[in-house]
Unconditional design. Structure first.
Length: 430
């Protein structure tokens, strides 16, 4: 029987695997390393977060993004957008140097086992596979299973509608008319890249105004400026500081409050460096929602309803829904349905509630990333949250296996921020 299975090989899965191996465990890690970044983001995209807030986590902090940049003879600098492809390459470097080997196979089922533990089924992709037993399982499945497509668009055939995570290459849309639905970074950047390759494109968003982040201030700045708006891995400001530095305090909030804040905080906004490219190139239909959609003569007819109640129709060739993700267990097909239904959830949401080490109400089952955002707050929606998560999950796994301490250990490795960034991390212990 395996002690630990990690499902997923993105930033969270690789970080947990690194900490697990350092703790003397022998995890089996399944997935395609950095799949979302390699398969779901087209060339030309950039990270929205700062490079120093985009580290995967190893116990000694030796394999940071800055360390990888050094191996390439470049610098990952504050205030300079980093190409997504560079970040994906960093993740592969981390996997090769800081984590145990990843098995590029797909976990298709996780079922509870009488007497404890789990039965895990893995598919090789060529008709082969195996089923084995595991004492603990960590779900680090990323965001793709939780992609949201608005109800009116679900009636369209797949060749006419997709989600923004479905595209590693946008060139298939050259010479076409595309409508992008959404007001966040994914929507605005996808639309910009389409326009820049010559695609006729519009953005439809129910928001009346688009929101844009501002250029981040220098890391080194006067004390008063830093005190008024400290740097954090989620942007400047004290509210962001609380989300970034105190997930443990967030975990203590009432479940209804956690469920509400995790979905409403850090709402849709475009990166500061994108605005000048987007505004002159893309038509933005703001204050409008898709009320209905239907195939029409090889194209799509969209019925748009404005916030004032007026109705208009648009003909387009394809619709890309850049409408975010919702962490619902019922969308995670690999998890046994009966187990999924029995898990305690956060308030009225369908996301699993966890204890302080990310263990769900079913012993031995841990969740991370987006699935843990309703428990620990908005930082879990970003790579930044992997540093808080990894060591705590491994502590929980060791506790479940009976090989680790039951209580919080002082001195656990934490994210090291660059000079000038907020470094008051003592609240993380809560």
């Amino acid at each position: 029987m395996q002690d630990l299975v990690v499902v997923g090989a993105g930033p969270y899965g690789l970080s947990i695997a690194s900490h697990a191996a350092a703790a003397g465990l022998q995890p089996r890690v399944f997935g395609r390393p950095m799949a979302a970044w390699r398969d779901g983001m087209p060339p030309g995209m950039f990270l929205k977060s700062e490079p120093w807030a985009s580290n995967l986590s190893d116990p000694k902090g030796a394999f940071s993004l800055a360390a990888y940049a050094t191996t390439k003879g470049v610098q990952a600098r504050h205030g300079v957008p980093l190409p997504v492809g560079f970040f994906a390459s960093y993740g592969l470097w981390f996997a090769a140097n800081a984590a145990p080997p990843v098995e590029e196979r797909t976990v298709t089922a996780v079922r509870p086992r009488a007497g404890g533990g789990f039965q895990v089924t893995v598919d090789d992709g060529d008709g082969g596979g195996e089923t084995f037993l595991a004492r603990t399982v960590v779900l680090a499945v990323g965001v793709r299973p939780f992609a949201d497509v608005p109800g009116p668009l679900r009636v369209l055939p797949p060749e006419r509608v997709s989600h923004s995570v479905d595209h590693a290459d946008l060139t298939r849309f050259k010479g076409m008319d595309v409508t992008v639905v959404g007001a966040g970074q994914a929507a605005l950047e996808t639309a910009t890249l389409l326009a820049e390759q010559g695609t006729a494109v519009r953005v439809v968003a129910r928001a009346r105004d688009l929101h844009w982040n501002t250029l981040p201030p220098p890391l080194e700045r006067p004390f008063g400026d830093a005190a008024r708006a400290p740097h954090t891995g989620l942007g400047c400001g004290w509210r962001n500081w609380l989300y970034a530095q105190t997930p443990g305090l967030f975990h203590r909030l009432p479940t209804s409050t956690r469920a509400r804040v995790s979905t409403s905080a850090l709402g849709p906004a475009g990166a500061w460096w994108l605005r000048g490219r987007f505004e002159p190139a893309v038509e933005a239909r703001l204050g409008e929602s898709v009320a209905a959609a239907a195939p029409a003569g090889g194209r799509v007819r969209l019925e748009l309803v404005s916030t004032r109640g007026s109705v208009d129709s648009v003909m387009t060739d394809h619709v890309i829904a850049a409408t975010g993700f919702t962490p619902r267990l019922d969308r995670l097909g690999l998890l046994d349905e009966r187990l999924s239904r029995r898990l305690r959830t956060v308030g009225a949401s369908a996301a699993p509630d966890t204890d302080t080490v990310f263990e769900t109400s079913h012993p031995g089952l841990f969740v991370t990333g987006l699935l843990s955002a309703p428990s620990f707050g908005p930082s879990m929606r970003f790579v930044f949250g992997a540093s808080y998560t990894a060591g705590r999950v491994v502590r929980g796994v060791r506790r479940r296996l009976g090989t680790g301490p039951r209580d919080t250990r002082p001195g656990e490795p934490r994210e090291i921020l660059p000079a000038g960034a907020a470094q008051t991390n003592w609240l993380e212990r809560f």
